[in-house]
Design a protein around this ligand. Sequence first.
Ligand code: NDP
Ligand code: 2IT
Length: 444
Amino acid sequence: MSYVDEVISMVEKKNANEPEFIQAVREVLDSIRPVVEAKEEQYRRDALLERMVEPERQIKFRVPWIDDEGQVHVNTGYRIQFNSAIGPYKGGIRLHPSVNIGIIKFLGFEQVYKNSLTGLPIGGGKGGSDFDPKGKSDREIMAFCQSFMTELCRHIGADTDVPAGDIGTGAREIGYLFGQYKRIRNVYEGVLTGKGLTYGGSLARTEATGYGLLYFVEEMLRCRGIGLEGKIVSVSGAGNVAIYAVEKAQQLGAKVVTVSDSNGWIYDPEGIDVELLKEVKERKRARLTEYAANRPSAQYHEGRGVWSVRVDIALPCATQNELRLEDAKMLVENGVLAVAEGANMPTTIEATEYLQKNGVIFAPGKASNAGGVATSALEMSQNSERLSWTFEEVDQKLKGIMVNIFRNVDRAAKRYGMEGNYVAGANIAGFEKVADAMNAQGIC
Ligand code: NDP
Ligand code: 2IT
């Protein structure tokens, strides 16, 4: 059995209850085969892959908090410090009832290679809790965040581990988490990113993941002589990534006709009204039915279905495994040109393979959604030099980073004879840097 297959089989046995983690590992290891085979003897002796699939540290803790009625609730908190070969652990905090150790491990694993691709000095980590922020008052959110940080604060720091937002964690939550960190540790430092602009946040971090996704897509199409002008686009999700993907796509001349949330989806043939979407989602924290109620051209549909619309470009921006084989078949049948992931692992392995086999240009999240974490690293730099850059400066840097990621991914795929396979290119380019840094630092 090859070394890669041995490690995949070991991961499957050891983590049998963690399907998302197994999926993420399988996708990466499968596509780096040629790189590993070239150095199989050395990597096997050094147990390089075994070390890469075992987090450096896994922290699991109790998070008790009191609701507005005086009732105590207990959630589970996690922080997985996956790999620090190229920098302090960096990655978001997910607050969603579906969170468990396997989800956090998959996200942490992906983060390692994504962060490597940014070219910036950040290692990989991820955290979260099975806490459900939906329907909670601001006071309850604060109670949860303060309790979560009371434990987390002993494990993180500006040069150790720097968390940020993810599903369910936005500016409000980051503010409460930051306040509690400062209160307990008595240090004012860039320990979190995605902070508000009045206390160390970076301009353009809010927009960065969605904007970065479109900068990546723009470059990927540009090198084929295709522009975004006039293209019809579907977006899933209606959160941070989705909103700013819609905004940038429309600024670049495309028309976005869908968004979705966990209850249903919107088809708006006139093009999504991004200001109304922000009003509904960012300010009112309401459901998409509210968007439909205020927009005559919009149709609201319950349940799944966002991938049934005929589009040129599909951008999954909600959550893992939301674009499945049957969705990929519909997209291909409707003549989709490209699929680019804004979310983490939103496309199943079967759907990805189907899209690639049918000539669809496919951009994997660890490359195409890296703009968020890259801008977080820019926030860390600004915090360290105690300066803040203008929106234009940050946005220009973000654009440069995304174009560079595309070029590196493209080159890596070509180097191994897999031109146009950006899944392989991203995994190879991300892996090479981490492997080299781990190798240089000895067995640890
Ligand atoms: P938000 O919480 O802002 O938004 C998430 C959106 O996805 C909401 O519209 C939500 O709907 C929907 N959603 C969440 N879970 C499900 C589900 N199980 N089924 C259907 N819809 C769901 O999160 P973000 O926009 O920040 O994150 C979206 C994705 O992008 C995630 O995969 C995240 O890991 C990834 N990502 C985020 C980055 C960032 O900077 N924020 C950076 C890189 C990747 P509802 O409101 O109904 O729950
Ligand atoms: O998945 C991700 O890259 C994020 N949620 C952003 C992480 C970060 O540290 O900004």
